[in-house]
Design a protein around this ligand. Structure first.
Ligand SMILES: [Zn+2]
Length: 146
């Protein structure tokens, strides 16, 4: 790993740091409501919880972790829209932590000549399916930039 890459990855050590980065990049003049454009925005965090996984008979067989989410809410009367920092971006709906996305992005950008999904799997400690998904989404996004 290059020194530059380590520096980039260190910046994205926590989910909060990733959100702060994304927030500053998207809304340099302060967070605005995507629904009404209002600037009276409050932030809140949902608590991490576990959801029961049931079998066909309805017995609880396992639990799944629902990570805490960092959300915004518009304070304008009649709007009150709730959104996340990833709403409307490539990161939306993936359910992957931003940390994983940013680390994958940093690795892909620094790869010489290019990274394989297998390398991403090893570097990030995610499943191959996740690594493959990230690899292709990022490749696609980078192709559109060039
Ligand atoms: Zn609003």
């Amino acid at each position: 790993m290059s020194a530059g890459l380590i520096e980039v990855l260190a910046q994205f050590e926590t989910e909060e740091a990733c959100i702060a980065y994304l927030e500053a990049a998207r809304w340099p003049d302060g967070v605005r409501c995507p629904a009404c454009g209002g600037g009276n925005i409050s932030k809140f965090t949902t608590r991490e919880r576990r959801r029961a996984v049931r079998d066909a008979q309805g017995s609880v067989t396992d639990t799944r972790r629902i990570p805490s989410r960092h959300l915004y809410q518009c304070g304008k009367d009649g709007c009150r829209y709730q959104f996340s920092s990833t709403a409307g971006t490539a990161f939306e709906r993936s359910h992957l932590p931003l940390q994983t996305w940013f680390r994958a992005l940093a690795l892909e950008l620094n790869a010489n000549p290019r990274l394989s999904a297998r390398q991403l799997e090893r570097e990030l400690g995610v499943s191959y399916a996740t690594a493959w998904f990230l690899h292709h989404r990022i490749r696609e996004a980078l192709k559109n930039l060039r």
